[in-house]
Design a protein around this ligand. Structure first.
Ligand code: NAD
Ligand code: LMR
Length: 325
């Protein structure tokens, strides 16, 4: 048996975590021979609920689950963390934009950035899910100056899996037949779900669907899906968000399949002309543990406009929280 890895999860009593924790403990992240220690962070009013979740984790008798600890201090929760899922943050309600959460949630990510900087392993992989995820990740990066910025990402894998699923349904194939979907920009309604490079069983996706469907149905469906789930469920996506968080972290550990990519929001390195100090979603390849933006993709005028719109939106978000950078 391998040495256990330390996985920190914030917002551990919330609804995303209620789906994620059981899958982490069951081995859905790192496989059936990797024991895990879970370190769960919550705010004091949620500790009672969290104690019930800890009982349930214990009651499952997961063979891979070695230890579960809880904390209200981020530095304690992140001690020696190999992986950190930063989920704890307010979710939006019907009628709100994710950016409406910016000022309410921003400070969580400055204090958690500092705590990761102080206490986590230097190679810790950090996934920011709490909204607005891109700018929260930017805040965490700026507050963790001793950790490589490439250790951090914001979650756009849910947008990616939504896009894959919509295309698979349209083409009446399994989602396994779909490759090279890309989500660019912000995890907001401005995002650009791009099918120009996508393939369905190896054939160009845009040769199989018509332009009107792509532009007038597919793109808005993916952009506004989060709000539609809120309208229907009365609360935001949770099971699908937990699944996307796992897929993101699995891609980091196992790599992306040859020739394909995942969508992840990373600190821009200037690729595709995106400002360097923004966390922006790109198609990302992970090979032998090395993470990089997929290069050389042609972006037409239609796509370029989307990239500019996302850049403008993210610049505005950065301006609103510049006191935390
Ligand atoms: P939730 O309200 O069910 O749970 C959030 C939990 O975070 C609560 O238990 C709360 O007590 C805890 N919390 C609040 N402040 C904290 C802090 N400082 N430290 C630790 N824990 C803290 O919300 P949820 O549905 O689990 O969603 C969590 C976040 O994820 C929201 O911001 C939501 O908008 C976002 N989200 C993002 C994506 C994405 O694709 N990026 C998808 C779904 C949801
Ligand atoms: C989502 O995309 O489902 C999440 O970001 C939650 C939300 O507010 O839409």
């Amino acid at each position: 048996m391998k040495t256990p890895v330390n996985i920190a999860v914030t917002g551990a009593a919330g609804q995303i975590s209620y789906s994620l924790l059981f899958r982490l403990a069951a081995g859905d992240f790192l496989g059936p021979d990797q024991p895990v220690n879970l370190s769960l962070l919550e705010i004091p009013p949620a500790m009672k609920t969290l104690s019930g979740i800890v009982m349930e984790l214990s009651d499952c008798g997961f063979p891979l689950l070695r230890a579960v600890t809880t904390a209200t201090e981020p530095e304690t929760a992140f001690g020696d963390a190999d992986y950190a899922f930063l989920i704890g943050a307010k979710p939006r309600k019907e009628g709100m934009l994710r950016s409406d959460l910016l000022l309410q949630n921003a400070e969580i990510f400055s204090s958690q950035g500092r705590a990761l900087n102080a206490a986590a392993k230097r190679e810790v992989k950090v996934l920011v899910t709490g909204n607005p995820a891109n700018t929260n990740a930017l805040i965490a990066i700026h507050n963790a100056p001793d950790l490589p910025a490439s250790n951090f990402a914001a979650m756009t894998m849910l947008d990616h899996t939504r896009a894959v699923s919509q295309l698979a349904a349209k083409c009446a194939v399994s989602s396994a037949a779909i490759t090279n979907v890309a989500v660019w920009g912000n995890h907001s309604c401005a995002q650009y779900p791009d099918l120009h490079h996508a393939k369905v069983n190896g054939a160009p996706a845009l040769s199989l669907v018509d332009k009107a469907w792509y532009e007038e149905e597919f793109i808005p469906t993916v952009q506004y899906r989060g709000g539609e789930v809120i309208k229907a469920r009365g609360s935001s996506s949770a099971g699908s968000a937990a699944n996307a968080a796992l897929q993101h972290m699995r891609a980091l550990v196992l790599g992306t399949p040859a020739g394909d990519w995942a969508s992840m929001a990373l600190l821009s390195d200037g690729s595709y002309g995106v400002d360097a100090d923004l966390v922006f979603s790109f198609p990302v390849q992970v090979t032998n543990g090395k993470i990089g933006v997929a290069q050389g993709l042609e972006i037409n005028e239609f796509g370029h406009e989307f990239l500019l719109r996302n850049q403008r939106e993210l610049r505005e978000e950065r301006e609103a929280i510049k006191h935390l950078l």
